[in-house]
Design a protein around this ligand. Sequence first.
Ligand code: NAD
Length: 434
Amino acid sequence: MVADILKKISERKAKIGVVGLGYVGLPLTKEFINAGFNVLGLDVDMEKIKKLKKSQSYIKHIDSDLLKKMNATGRFDATNDFSKSSTCDAIIICVPTPLTHNREPDMSYIISTAESLAPYVRKGQLFSLESTTYPGTTTEVLCPILEKKSNLKAHRDFFVAFSPEREDPNNKNFSTSTIPKVVGADSKDSLKVARAMYDTIICRTIPVSSSSTAEATKLVENIFRSVNIAMVNELKVIFDKMGIDIWEVIEAAKTKPFGFMPFYPGPGLGGHCIPIDPFYLTWKAREYNCSTRFIELAGEINTFMPYYVIQRTLEEMNERKMVMNGSKFLIVGVAYKKNVDDLRESPSFMLWKLLEEKGAKVEYYDPFCPVVPRTREYPQYTGKKSVTLKSGKYDVALIATAHDSVNHKEIAKLAKLVIDTRNAVPKAKNVVKA
Ligand SMILES: NC(=O)c1ccc[n+]([C@@H]2O[C@H](COP(=O)([O-])OP(=O)(O)OC[C@H]3O[C@@H](n4cnc5c(N)ncnc54)[C@H](O)[C@@H]3O)[C@@H](O)[C@H]2O)c1
């Protein structure tokens, strides 16, 4: 069984299934197509499937020409029919793992994917979970569902692995294939097969001794970011009171060639990973009577940041005898980070909401996000459109996300006061870093 699938992989005859054709699934699909494999994309969103078949991209950094090339190979198909998964030799799962309203892991996407695949599991297939999740998910959630409906046994009849995704959309230095990939599994054969598959598209795979170790590795990476961002956010508040510019401090500190890594403050955490993933561990740790104090504290500080920015804005307006109630605001950047069109968990919406609660009139500018799609937390902003800048005049411009292509100096000229949370514009009388 192992030899069969290894042979198919090495001869590029294995068919790869990718479940969840989003920010993670689509770049993976592209890599496997480029490596010469047949790929079947599986998604529950028919709109995405239709668009893919017409080579229309829904992710900014994957352009339509790339999809055209993918379709032209004749080796790509997309469907919402999970019975076709039985035609695949390896199936990679990259569906969402958000938090519920009570901030607990929302496993519903992984569970429903496993249930959709389970009736079609066949001997010799490989399943690799990539969704970020708590240690134990692969063995406690995925395997039992796949086993129960198929009457087959994981690691005996089919292979299972966990390989965390490290995608950083639009990163100019690293892409899917050049980011080393951790792979963990609970049997030697599963690990061997999973590594063989990823070795065809990734520069280096790093084996670890279990799926839980691989799951924990991903969480550690994101907790590390969350905690360090919280630290500089806290230092920003303290240094600001002392009249010290945190940005200048970080620039100076990062000249130390060892033992320091720069993290930058901002208006709060955003994206599908950093604000969410650490709490997957918090939830699981409770089972072991452990508390995750670093995670909680970092969450508290980072969640406070939008309130801090609004508080600083109020103070600076007060200095200038301006009133927030009725003032015209321009939020610059609604994507959660620069140079991407991803709005998930973006702190810009919290800022928007807080400003409106205080009576401000808010517009936004973001060339990456011309229209706000429906979001779970802020449905009230659905359909709002990015303004054109030519004729606008604003009381306050609040720079929340600083895309490289945006001329922030020009934007600063449009407003009486600029609140800069990203160090995007040089010091000036009307510019305040917050
Ligand atoms: N976006 C990133 O940069 C990134 C980086 C590292 C890890 N991750 C992790 O990867 C996973 C996927 O994230 P993403 O950003 O690609 O999400 P996404 O929302 O962009 O894509 C997920 C896709 O899964 C589909 N889907 C939902 N339920 C499904 C089901 N039951 N069956 C089939 N398809 C289903 C959705 O329609 C969507 O197309 C998450 O666990 C995330 O934490 C994401």
